[in-house]
Design a protein. Structure first.
Length: 615
């Protein structure tokens, strides 16, 4: 039997309470497990210790206060009926000051043989608690304690392994669900360590004040991270759904409750209703996601089911439903362990399903790409056939056109030569100045037409003739061309510098190259800047094993940058006053392309031009 006295003022001393005259203060407890609700009062418990053994022997027992929410506990036991020893425990004193260094509130009790003696417990409670006490034999308590610590070590070892494993996955995959899961486990571990006393014994043994806050803070944090984890894990359900607003509302509401409990209404922190609602919301969303076809939710639901079962068993054991089954107080730890493993499996299951979905999507993409590749090949073949067909048509048309130009030019050549000859003879016989002027105009026009026909014939020859492969003497070509221009008025005043560097002989079509060089030299002379004295033309030929580079650089009139890309077009004249046919540079480009070379132009109006040919 236990006698209880509630000192509401908390000002009674042990000497006052232990007097025989103070027995009226106590009342005998009629409940199997008394409840202590008043957190401002000091409670006194008095009970008798006696042994029926007639031998004068002292029996050592261990008194355990099963609930850890006792703030300050003092145990008074008489040695001789007059003097009392005092032992301390509780959450509000540094851990090392406890009389028995153990996570639970324990006291050594000596029960001597002989008459019954009183022992007293004085304590305060941090929150309403159930007065559950146990008197253990020393050996039994030692065995039970070892088992307790082993089970807790196993629990925290599994939790640590889960945290490290999922932290590694987060650093590897960068999926936010993993870091939320790690924080959730850490918060849960912090909460359970505050419940079972491991936290106070090993983590903050010198800071009793932390015991007042760590439970509330850890409950709040593990709820928040559970919500964040659920939101990240069940993202397809939250996306574009009203559940997203409910999720934000739950987080905001629970945060407001936590802040209000810390600042204004401390009692709010002891109401589990808000936490139960949040957990039910998470559980309900998981079930909803599963029935919506989201397969990874299956382990998620099972994990929280195990947590709820562990919580329910612990709660029922806490109200005395499973008396005598001591290990059921750790049902929550077992539930949390199962939940951790299942949540980790749910993440692995999600990755597996995502990989399967990606594999299916990849196969679909590959099939689509293969179909597109086949379609592209068919289109390419069709286009190639169409291009070949069109190319052949163009080649036939070009041949017909070249043949027409050649025949027309050749047929016109004869009559044109007759006109030039007759005009020349007629000019000699006519004495009238006006008539001679007409003959001059006729002669000029027919000669110009003759040059056009000659150039057109050259173009057809370039297109039709097969290339010859013969050794080319650049020096000989240039000398012959310069010799043919000697009689042109003003040509001797032009300064021409020729530099030839050949490591290896050059092979090509000599007649075609002769035409190219002739056009380039004549072009430099025609478009020289007569205000510059002297007009210059630098011809550079560098030939090695890799390439042959030929440059024609003059200081002539140059070409406007806007017209630069048009100078190689047929019949184009950069200067309307030019007497040329507009076919010279076109013929040059056509000849160079025919021989497999490239032609480049750099020019600035008023400064000159640089033509570069590369074979």
């Amino acid at each position: 039997m236990v006698d209880i006295y509630e000192d509401k003022e908390g000002d009674k001393t042990f000497r006052q309470v232990s007097r025989s005259s103070s027995s009226y203060l106590f009342h005998t407890n009629t409940f199997e497990e008394p409840q202590f609700y008043n957190t401002n009062a000091v409670y006194w418990l008095r009970f008798r210790l006696s042994s029926e053994d007639s031998i004068q022997h002292v029996y050592r027992w261990i008194l355990e206060l099963e609930d850890l929410n006792f703030s300050q506990v003092e145990f008074f036991q008489t040695k001789d009926g007059v003097h009392y020893s005092i032992a301390k425990s509780g959450q509000d004193i540094p851990f090392h000051e406890r009389s028995v260094i153990h996570k639970n509130n324990l006291f050594m009790v000596d029960v001597p043989a002989g008459p019954a003696q009183y022992a007293y417990l004085k304590f305060k409670v941090a929150r309403p608690v159930k007065g559950s006490f146990a008197l253990w034999g020393y050996r039994n308590m030692l065995a039970f304690s070892n088992t307790q610590y082993f089970m807790l070590a196993l629990f925290y070892g599994i939790a640590l392994a889960m945290m490290l494993y999922n932290l590694f996955l987060f650093l590897t995959i960068r999926d936010a669900a993993y870091i939320y899961y790690v924080c959730y486990i850490f918060s849960m571990v912090l909460y359970t360590s505050s419940l079972d006393g491991i936290g106070f014994q090993y983590l903050w043994p010198h800071e009793p004040l932390i015991n007042d806050h760590v439970q509330h803070a850890s409950i709040f944090s593990f709820l928040i991270f559970a919500l964040l984890y659920a939101h990240s894990f069940l993202k397809p359900v939250f996306k574009a759904s009203a559940l997203n607003w409910v999720f934000l509302s739950v987080i905001g509401f629970r945060t407001a409750i936590f802040i209000a409990g810390l600042t204004i209404f401390p009692g709010l922190l002891n109401i589990p209703f808000f936490d139960i609602l949040a957990m039910l919301f998470i559980y309900g969303v998981g079930i909803y996601a599963f029935f919506r076809g989201y397969k990874p939710a299956r382990f998620f639901i099972l994990a929280f089911t195990m947590l709820f079962i562990g919580f329910a068993i612990t709660s029922l054991a806490g109200i005395g439903l499973f008396r005598g089954v001591d290990y059921l107080q750790y049902a929550l730890n077992v539930g949390v362990t199962c939940e951790m493993v299942l949540l980790s499996l749910s993440l692995a299951d999600r990755i597996k399903l995502l990989m399967e979905d990606r594999s299916v999507a990849r196969e679909q993409v590959i099939n689509q790409l293969q179909e597109k590749e086949q379609l592209k090949d068919r289109l390419n073949r069709m286009l190639e056939e169409k291009v070949l067909e069109r190319t052949k048509e163009l080649e036939d048309k070009n041949k017909q056109l070249d043949s027409l130009i050649y025949k027309s030019s050749h047929d016109l050549k004869g009559p044109l030569k007759s006109i030039i000859g007759l005009t020349t003879v007629g000019k000699m016989d006519v004495k009238d100045p006006a008539a001679r002027e007409y003959f001059d105009h006729i002669l000029l026009s027919t000669k110009r037409l003759d040059r056009v026909l000659a150039d057109l014939l050259d173009i057809t020859k370039v297109n039709e003739n097969k290339l010859k492969h013969e050794r080319v003497d650049f020096s000989h070509i240039i000398n012959e061309i310069l010799l043919s221009f000697e009689n042109i008025e003003g040509f001797k005043d032009m300064k021409i510098d020729v530099r030839i560097q050949q490591e290896k002989d050059f092979y090509g079509d000599e007649k075609m190259l002769y035409s190219v060089f002739q056009n380039m030299i004549e072009n430099a002379f025609k478009y020289r800047d007569q205000s510059k004295n002297p007009s210059t033309l630098d011809i550079s030929i560098v030939s090695d094993k890799q390439k042959t580079k030929i440059e024609f650089k003059d200081n002539g009139l140059g070409i406007d940058s806007e017209l630069k890309d048009k100078v190689f077009d047929m019949f184009f004249k950069a200067n309307e006053q030019s007497s040329g046919t507009g076919l010279g540079l076109y013929l040059v480009k056509l000849s160079i392309q025919k021989m497999g070379g490239h032609l480049y132009l750099q020019t600035t109006k008023g400064e000159g031009s640089l033509f570069t040919i590369v074979f």
